[in-house]
Design a binder for this molecule. Sequence first.
Ligand code: FAD
Length: 303
Amino acid sequence: MTNSSFDALIIGGGPAGCSCALWLKHLGLKPLIIEKSDRLGGLQNESPYPNIWILGQSYRNGRAFAASVEKQIKVEKIATQFRAQVESLSFSQANQKFVANLSGFKKSKTLEASFIVLATGVKPRTGGLTPSPEVLIGPGDHIETASYRGKRVAILGGGDNAFENYQFIKKKKPKSIKIFARNVRAQFSFVKKVKSGDLRVGQYDVDIDGKKVNGEVFDSIVVMYGWQGVNALEGIVSLNMRNGFVETDYLRRTSHENIYAIGEVSQSAHPCCVTAMADGIIAAKDIQTRIDQVRVAQQLKLK
Ligand SMILES: Cc1cc2nc3c(=O)[nH]c(=O)nc-3n(C[C@H](O)[C@H](O)[C@H](O)COP(=O)(O)OP(=O)(O)OC[C@H]3O[C@@H](n4cnc5c(N)ncnc54)[C@H](O)[C@@H]3O)c2cc1C
């Protein structure tokens, strides 16, 4: 195998992609992580909150968890290409290999691989609204660092993020805070903490220029409409999508039999670090099984 030849190109270096790379390496294969930013750990880099949900990892915040992911990938000497994205991809049926061109370099870089693993996570749904200093879309650092003191805040959305951020913003002493939810899907423990009068359930109208919700003026509008998958291969390879996510089977294979989608880019029953990392393991194990089947068949032919 040459320097530009890999068993799998993993697009995205979050928990899903890094877990897949780690397992592929320990299963005796050669992965490359292609990450568009300059760090590994994905969305966890944007979480200053303690991640109490990973067994054995509690009391670390998201950023510390992301740093530990990056450190492990470095220690394992797993090949990583930062500040890079896949620009084009072709698949040869004859030798069952992809040829990928990466952008982000002075000269285009060409790589060869048997499998592609899409692990590019999600982006917040905007509901057609444009972000601005007064219109904050999706959870993360920008919500943490904004000032709400003395402001009238509207939160749009009925899921966990809307209700969790209600609690967070409330501590920052806004003048008023209201959640507008077409329906409520958040967990009971979040919903029960909302003061009566701070929650409006049902249809509502947003006038973003006038910063009005149902005719009432707000200083900040926080939009928590959930997520959609980032399909980095959109316009390059046609993959079946469902509800804004890349569709996969139980082995995380997409509609292209040699392309996998893992973590949040494919719709998970419950997206979090552990399910993302578990997806990486499932794809890695299936890739190893398929590569070994070919190797065993070749070995038997030789005898
Ligand atoms: C504020 C916040 C707090 C959270 N708290 C918790 C928690 O406490 N516990 C928990 O379990 N989960 C938590 N989560 C969710 C958790 O971070 C995600 O479930 C997890 O990171 C998903 O992993 P992933 O690898 O699928 O995607 P991501 O982490 O989103 O990683 C995707 C990676 O792909 C890269 N990428 C995207 N497009 C391209 C491209 N075209 N080419 C190359 N690379 C690309 C991105 O830069 C990123 O590094 C939190 C999320 C947020 C936002």
